[in-house]
Design a protein around this ligand. Structure first.
Ligand code: SAH
Length: 219
């Protein structure tokens, strides 16, 4: 990754953030390494917020959306169990930060964003940082049929229900992590598909996400 606008101060703040995430229970070394190396401040447009970019809090990124708090990013990524070379579909590119975490871990990332301005901005940002990911503008409910199946699928917005298209696009032995719930608070579901294609769900706790938007909503 090229990180020309990174500096020692940010690097120091990231080391502290990694320590905090470790204390909160994140143990996947590769997830912690990725978070330790990615300049999160560069994913936040409003430079007035940069001083707080390594606090464990979400920030607005425009279009009424937010970059998730680092603990949530770490928790979802840890649940996903990503290894190098895996094909990963992300729903909700947003700032591109989570995309960057997955790409840094060596995943082949396909990411879909429903708001065009965010899609354009995150695609440019990932390119500038030298991170390889394929970013699409579209509706995540449908997944990405042309590139299915995926070894892993990660949804970073709160879905009212588990979209069947995403379950269908999950490869055998695949894992899908998705916050599901109608209100402000969602349950983090880990959906696994075994080698025979049998699907199993586990509840991994409660989280707060911006809602997943339907086809006709403008958010
Ligand atoms: N992963 C992002 C989190 C952004 S918040 C990051 O690291 O910054 C969730 C994102 O999901 C928002 O950008 C929102 O616009 C997007 N979104 C909501 N509904 C969607 C849908 N149906 N398809 C694709 N993206 C969607």
């Amino acid at each position: 990754m090229r990180n020309g606008s990174d500096d020692y101060r940010s690097q120091g703040q990231r080391r502290k953030l990694v320590e905090l995430l470790r204390n909160k229970g994140i143990s996947d070394q590769r997830v912690l390494q990725a978070i330790g190396s990615i300049p999160r401040h560069l994913f936040i447009d409003d430079t007035a917020l940069h001083a707080a970019a390594y606090e464990d809090i979400p920030f607005p990124i425009g279009c009424g959306q937010t970059i998730s708090q680092p603990y949530t990013v770490a928790y979802q990524t840890e649940l996903l169990q990503v290894t190098k070379g895996m094909k990963v579909l992300e729903i909700g590119t947003g700032s591109g930060y989570q995309t960057a975490v997955l790409a840094t871990m060596g995943a082949r990332v396909f990411s879909i964003e429903r708001h065009r301005p965010l899609h354009i901005r995150s695609r440019k940002r990932l390119e500038e940082l030298g991170l390889r990911a394929r970013a699409y503008y579209g509706d995540g409910y449908k997944g990405l049929t042309a590139h299915a199946p995926f070894d892993r699928i990660l949804v970073t917005c709160g879905a009212p229900h588990l979209p069947q298209a995403l379950v269908d696009q999950l490869a055998p032995a695949g894992r899908l992590v998705i916050p599901v719930g109608e209100g402000d608070v969602q349950r983090m579901l880990l959906v696994t598909k075994n080698a025979q294609g049998i699907v199993h769900q586990e509840d991994k706790g409660s989280f707060r996400f911006v809602p997943m938007l339907g086809e006709k909503e403008n958010g």
